[in-house]
Write a protein that binds this ligand. Structure first.
Ligand code: FES
Length: 136
């Protein structure tokens, strides 16, 4: 599963053209996103926080596979949010379902950094996929 939900509006985003880093604060893990390797995992929009996280084996729940049909991929973007695309109405509607939403909350499958800033991201404790992604 993954890609885009055909029943919702197309999401506008600017793909990253240079490398950027995402630090996952609870995990104490920093990963580097490389535009030449995007998409990593085919879950969520190409180059989204979810795509980059899964491509680096960072556990992040994503029950609907990244098509804006759940809110399990909720993250809080503490730094670098200005480098990301605007949230669509569909994303904001789904975010309403997530507990603990903050002004810096996004659905990680829909949040695509343009590479002009490094990000600091928190995966809420309740949101973690304890059955971590493994190498295939
Ligand atoms: S994985 Fe379901 S909305 Fe992001």
């Amino acid at each position: 599963m993954g890609g885009q939900n055909p029943y919702i509006e197309q999401v506008e985003f600017v793909p990253a053209t240079k490398k950027f880093k995402i630090t996952f604060v609870r995990e104490g893990q920093t990963v580097e996103a490389d535009p030449e390797k995007i998409p990593y995992d085919h879950n969520g929009l190409p180059g989204s926080i979810l795509d980059v996280a899964l491509g680096h084996h960072v556990g992040l729940d994503h029950a609907c596979g990244g098509v804006v049909a759940c809110s399990t991929c909720h993250v809080i973007v503490h730094q670098g949010l200005e480098s990301c695309n605007e949230a669509s109405d569909a994303e904001l509607d789904q975010l309403d379902e997530a507990p603990g939403v903050t002004p810096k909350s996004r659905l990680s499958c829909q949040c695509v950094p343009d590479g002009t800033a490094d990000l600091v991201v928190e995966i809420p404790e309740w949101n973690k996929n304890y059955a971590r992604e493994t190498e295939h």
